[in-house]
Design a protein around this ligand. Structure first.
Ligand code: MN
Length: 132
């Protein structure tokens, strides 16, 4: 049966300061019901805001919607993201994502939870040195 979640039933949430630096806002898109393991969230970062280091059991796909963003997988270069770009992060790869220092950034974040139900694993905050 068709199901529609109405926008007014799911207000924007402010992301936890434990896992993010700066002001970050989350709109739930999808929490898939089994057999789906899909999770999708539209995330908006204020300038300079970013996730902490973290990893996803089945990886993550980010689709840049607006503004200018940054993403880095540990050991690689910091990459810039612009609207229409898709970033594919491998399973269990430590990484972070967020806005550029002087621009807001919005991305659609899509991932699957693990077969055992495991979700995102969080680590330390991203230092200013790593961010820059
Ligand atoms: Mn991620």
């Amino acid at each position: 049966m068709l199901k529609i979640h109405r926008a007014e039933d799911r207000p924007t949430k402010k992301a936890s300061a434990d896992m993010f630096t700066g002001d970050v806002f989350q709109d739930a898109v999808l929490v898939g019901e089994a057999p789906s393991r899909m999770r999708a969230t539209n995330v908006t970062f204020n300038p300079g805001a970013r996730t902490a280091w973290h990893q996803h059991p089945v990886g993550q796909t980010l689709w840049a919607v607006a503004g200018v963003g940054r993403v880095q997988v540990e050991g690689g270069a910091v990459q810039e993201l612009r609207p229409g770009d898709t970033a594919i992060i491998p399973p269990n790869a430590r990484h972070w994502h967020g806005a550029a220092p002087d621009r807001i950034f919005t991305h659609l974040a899509m991932s699957e939870i693990g077969e055992d139900g495991g979700g995102t694993e969080w680590f330390e905050k991203v230092s200013d040195a790593d961010y820059s």
